[in-house]
Write a protein that binds this ligand. Structure first.
Ligand SMILES: Cc1cc2nc3c(=O)[nH]c(=O)nc-3n(C[C@H](O)[C@H](O)[C@H](O)COP(=O)(O)O)c2cc1C
Length: 197
């Protein structure tokens, strides 16, 4: 069992956060969840469900811990509280910029700041297109300081048949970056014969 911090921000793609949280909870991992105000609103808009209803669903798991984004007294605000990894999914360019600038004025950014200072895994599922030079520089900077920059770019080599297939594959890759491999994960093992050429 791992202790994973999931941060949700107001970038598009909250279905990825929903799917990742459910998979972590279903597999017995402890999830600490913190969402920005825009993260909550975009999630409700994209999933066409109220945010409170989603929280109630997550809260039915004993291994789910919810934190308010303005609670700097929360456990995950301190480096002395151990955690295995953090993922911000999806990560807005605004939050990316704050973390890159060392601005820790809400719990989500503070928790990410802690991961960097403690040299613990931090995965940023950055979502924007096209990317400005500022976005790219922020990503390069955080990559240099140890963060994994992981835009949710779909793969096609697994021959997805649906959007659900793409979501599942993307989330599997993200969980793997957090050090979690599920039995259902399919990995590329190469083409061993020439019939595909
Ligand atoms: C429907 C919707 C989709 C958005 N998608 C993105 C996005 O993909 N990437 C991004 O950087 N910002 C996106 N934004 C803008 C962010 O929500 C906005 O910059 C916000 O201030 C980010 O704050 P946060 O990082 O605290 O959540 C979107 C906003 C809305 C309403």
């Amino acid at each position: 069992m791992k202790r994973i911090i999931i941060g949700l921000t107001g970038a598009s793609g909250s279905i990825l956060a929903y799917t990742a949280v459910k998979k972590l909870l279903d597999n017995g991992h402890e999830v600490h969840f913190v969402a920005s105000d825009l993260g909550q609103r975009v999630m409700a808009y994209e999933l066409e469900r109220s945010y409170s209803e989603i929280l109630i669903e997550f809260g039915s798991y004993r291994n789910f811990v919810h934190h308010e984004n303005d609670n700097m007294f929360a456990s995950i605000a301190s480096g002395s509280y151990s955690s295995d990894a953090m993922c911000i999914i999806p990560c807005s360019m605004g939050t990316l910029g704050k973390i890159s600038g060392g601005i820790a004025d809400n719990l989500l950014c503070r928790a990410a700041d802690v991961m960097l200072k403690e040299h613990r895994p931090l995965v940023l599922v950055t979502r924007e297109t096209p990317l400005s030079g500022i976005h790219l520089e922020n990503m390069v900077k955080l990559s240099r300081y140890g963060a994994t920059i992981m835009p949710p770019v779909p793969a096609f080599y697994n021959k997805p048949k649906s959007l659900e297939d793409m979501i599942q594959h993307t989330v599997a890759r993200i969980l793997r970056a957090l050090g979690i491999t599920l039995d259902e994960h399919v990995t590329w093992s190469g083409l061993e014969d020439s019939s595909h050429e």
